[in-house]
Design a protein around this ligand. Structure first.
Ligand SMILES: Nc1nc2c(ncn2[C@@H]2O[C@H](COP(=O)(O)OP(=O)(O)O)[C@@H](O)[C@H]2O)c(=O)[nH]1
Ligand SMILES: [Mg+2]
Length: 239
């Protein structure tokens, strides 16, 4: 299997080299593609000097836009499996072989999950845990998703699944983007497997997520639920 690990970055100069070294140690044959939105702190230059592929985008446009561009490049490079992974140390590269093994065993999407037995988020205050778990529960209920952790970003996708989804048609940007991918995968009948992971908070740099991204996710999930689970049924029933 040709594996491409896509790592989106914005201001991750403190973390990117460690992330690249970790992926190389865990899966030596994987290609690594860093997608950087012209971080002023020189993240892209650091990545380039580590010898990995770097896609530099002219301005900051959010996580979803970065993944859309990165995956298009990874699919052009004929990867069989495309991995999404954060640069900030929250996604332990040591879990990569387990995610890839699930794809080899037939999964179309293997997702790192904090909320299955064996998964963990040490050190999160209760409100943050419930916001995250609650968001996943809402998406699971409204969209009928077969997963416990719909917003995590540590995943391995079979390339064919991303081709069928046609990533250029995705529109969400933050946590909504991760939920949209599970929703599309489910609608296409893809086999989804959750692998327990321990998500550790970043030690260096700052989070780029903000309250607007939570509202975006909430609004989009509600709209997709109405469109794909209610309207579709009504129109099917009417014909
Ligand atoms: N290219 C790009 N990467 C981003 C952007 N926003 C976040 N990221 C990266 O996406 C990953 C997850 O972001 P992070 O801020 O850690 O999100 P959190 O873990 O939910 O707080 C990190 O590797 C970030 O550098 C963006 O606008 N553009
Ligand atoms: Mg993070």
């Amino acid at each position: 299997m040709r594996v491409v690990v896509v790592i989106p970055t914005y201001q991750e100069a403190d973390n990117i080299t460690t992330a690249i070294d970790g992926v190389r140690a865990a899966v030596p044959d994987a290609r690594i593609l860093v997608v950087d939105d012209s971080s002023p702190d020189g993240t892209a230059e650091l990545a380039r000097s580590s010898g990995v592929d770097v896609l530099v985008r002219p301005r900051r446009e959010g996580l979803g836009a970065a993944y859309r561009a990165g995956w298009a490049r990874a699919l052009e490079q004929d990867g069989d499996v495309i991995v999404s992974m954060d640069a900030d140390g929250s996604h332990d590269p040591a879990a990569l072989p387990t995610l890839l093994a699930e794809i080899e065993r037939g999964a179309d999407l293997a997702m790192g999950s904090r909320y299955v037995p064996g998964g963990d988020v040490p050190g999160w205050p209760a409100y943050r845990l419930w916001l995250s778990k609650g968001g996943s529960l809402y998406a699971k209920f409204v969209l009928g998703l077969p997963v416990h952790d719909a917003t995590g970003g540590y995943r391995a996708y079979r390339a064919d699944l991303l081709r069928r989804i046609d990533v250029t048609t995705l529109r969400a940007n933050g946590y909504g983007f991760q939920i949209e991918l599970v929703h599309r995968s489910t609608m296409l009948g893809g086999t989804i497997v959750e692998v327990p992971i321990t998500f550790v908070d970043r030690r260096l740099g700052t989070s780029k997520m903000h309250v607007g991204i939570i509202w975006e996710a909430l609004a989009l999930v509600t709209w997709w639920g109405v469109r794909d689970r209610i309207l579709r049924r009504v129109f099917k029933g009417g014909t």
